[in-house]
Design a protein around this ligand. Structure first.
Ligand code: AKB
Length: 316
């Protein structure tokens, strides 16, 4: 059956590039972008767009029926740093939107669902290096609690109702097309913009804060790969660990300096330091590699070259 895809939260950092890639693969009219706000020019002009509030079940259902959608990617969420400022709103958005799409799948309105989880499901008591797929999970942020609860619900809907939901625990995602918003790993995007525009960056994480990260191209590749995989190969129905690289602010600064020699970094930690300190430093993603053939392509060096080249074009 032909894919008829709806992306909810299409104007965010990952949603934008996921929409563009899915349109390239499936044809522009097969992929409906939706959000509560408009996106960038490329997204808005490349195919159908609808305003949807992810917390409003009926508005999602209306669009699913209008376009005869069979696959949904729910990319709307409040991330870790903003979530700490607005805990009740973060919980409400992250959980209500998930229940809306899980219930639509349970009622047979859609066939397949992608929902992103995060390394934020882990907490201070989790083993920090090479964090296993199954381990202690005591998240200490509202965002992390919502993602962990969400994972449990995904598995529950799969076991009880046969809902075909697939999920990845994204690390920090680095990209240049659309800006991230409200995350703890956002420093690793801001740093490239600031290096090119101002030749300096004041990091809100300390120089030795190591976190798992991934370039957007790899994140999109993984997302499409897990959704295209045969259902029998998806053995984890909560969410898969996923990894590409891990680095500190100091290490990314050294890499940037190789391309922008005048670049200088300073460090002034803020409240996001505590969040970062509660997360793993590196992730064991062997289950994703074994089950559905996940492979990353970008390391820190290759990503830095690509980011700086792409941002040069954007700013020129
Ligand atoms: C955040 O920093 O909140 C996100 C995430 C790791 O899920 N980028």
């Amino acid at each position: 059956m032909n894919k008829r895809i709806l992306i909810i939260g299409a104007c965010g950092q990952i949603g934008t590039e996921l929409t563009l890639k899915l349109r390239e693969i499936n044809g522009e009219n097969a992929v409906v972008a939706s959000d509560i706000r408009e996106g960038n020019e490329e997204l808005m002009s490349s195919g159908p767009f609808e305003f949807i509030n992810a917390m409003d079940y009926n508005s999602i259902l209306k669009i699913i029926e209008k376009y005869q959608i069979n696959e949904v990617y729910l990319m709307a969420a409040m991330l870790s740093a903003t979530g700490e400022k607005y805990p009740a709103k973060a919980w409400e958005l992250n959980m209500t939107s998930l229940f809306n799409v899980l219930n639509l799948a349970k009622e047979g309105k859609i066939e397949k669902l992608f929902w992103p989880s995060s390394i934020a499901v882990f907490g201070p008591t989790t083993p920090k290096e090479n964090t296993p797929q199954e381990t202690i999970m005591e998240p200490s942020t509202v965002y992390g609690i919502s993602k962990q609860a969400g994972e449990r619900w995904c598995e529950y809907y799969f076991n009880k109702f046969g809902v075909d939901v697939r999920s990845i625990r994204y690390p920090g995602i680095i990209s240049w097309k659309a800006d991230p918003g409200g995350g703890t790993t956002d420093y690793a995007v801001e740093i490239y913009h600031n290096a090119l525009l101002h030749g300096k960056y004041d990091s809100f994480l300390s120089k030795d804060t190591k976190l798992p990260m991934m370039y957007m191209d790899d994140a999109i590749d993984a997302t499409i790969k897990i959704m295209d995989a045969d259902a029998s190969t998806i053995k984890v129905r909560s969410s898969y660990n996923l990894a590409a690289m891990s680095f500190t602010p100091e290490e990314i600064a050294i890499e940037i300096k190789k391309i922008v020699p005048k670049f200088e970094i300073t460090y002034h930690s803020d409240f996001r330091q505590n969040i970062a300190d509660s997360w793993p430093k590196s992730i064991d993603d062997s289950r994703a590699r074994e089950d559905w053939g996940w492979k990353h392509n970008f390391n820190l060096e290759k990503m830095s070259k690509n980011m700086i080249e792409s941002l040069h074009i954007r700013y020129d």
